[in-house]
Design a protein around this ligand. Structure first.
Ligand code: GLN
Length: 241
């Protein structure tokens, strides 16, 4: 407490100092700052957060950048695994006259996305569903763009992950032994949901580029392009069908 004396001298209410100390202790335990503040910003959009929901990353802003360059007026967009809803919210904020379907399976993330997408109700429809379910996938037709930041950490990544990551939901991070389960499944079961000439835009692990490119080629996608994030790491793969 003695270190806070200077603050006390400036007549700041003691209860705020205690609150600060309580929050600092949480951070000391490794709890990510985003869960402590319960708020974060993504692509200029304020995002509410709770534990159990993947924290929006700056890397993912590249995914939005790439998508916004492809999306055209009146496009129908499908976001698979929306989590906090940050990607759909960022697209909706930046481009008018599109329709977005944002899908989420897990209750905590779904509830969180509902709050974050409240201001974009006219553009984004939030759907509770299992993105890996083939019957569910077959309901989508004539989509102009599929976008997804799927779980892509490998078994090894999970075993060696830093403390902060352990507070995030494993189901939003773990992509199977080689981190590619979601790419294989999504490319296979949603390729028929896309209108001819449309795009799929994936966030990838910086080491996943060639594997994801191959998965897309195998499933009939062409014009495959990979983009780097701000740290010059491969981060986004796009394919056209
Ligand atoms: N980019 C996240 C990380 O490296 C992982 C998110 C994901 O699996 N989609 O921590």
């Amino acid at each position: 407490m003695h270190k806070c004396k200077w603050i006390l001298k400036k007549n700041i209410d003691g209860k705020y100092i205690l609150k600060c100390i309580k929050l600092a202790k949480k951070r000391q335990k490794g709890i990510p700052i985003q869960y402590i503040l319960k708020n974060w910003e993504f692509y200029g959009v304020p995002i509410k957060l709770t534990k159990g929901v993947l924290i929006p990353r700056q890397d993912t802003e590249k995914l939005v950048d790439v998508a916004l360059k492809i999306i055209k007026k009146n496009d129908i967009i499908l976001e698979l695994g929306t989590g906090s809803g940050c990607i759909s919210a960022a697209i909706a904020k930046n481009i008018k006259n599109v329709k977005i379907f944002a899908v989420e399976k897990y209750f905590k993330a779904y509830s969180c996305a509902k709050r974050n997408l409240k201001n974009f109700k006219n553009t984004v429809s939030l759907i509770k569903g299992d993105i890996l379910n083939e019957k569910f996938a077959s309901k989508f037709e004539n989509i102009n763009l599929i976008i997804s930041n799927p779980p892509y950490l490998t078994k090894k990544d999970i075993e060696n992950m830093q403390l902060e990551l352990k507070f995030e939901p494993k189901q939003a991070l773990y992509g199977g032994v080689d981190g590619l389960d979601y790419y294989r499944k999504i490319a296979k079961i949603y390729k028929n949901s896309l209108k001819k000439g449309s795009h799929i835009v994936f966030e990838i692990s910086h080491s996943g580029r060639f594997a994801v490119e191959d998965i897309l080629k195998y499933n009939g996608f062409s014009n495959i392009q990979t983009y780097k994030d701000l740290t010059c790491k491969d981060r986004v793969v796009v394919g056209k069908i």
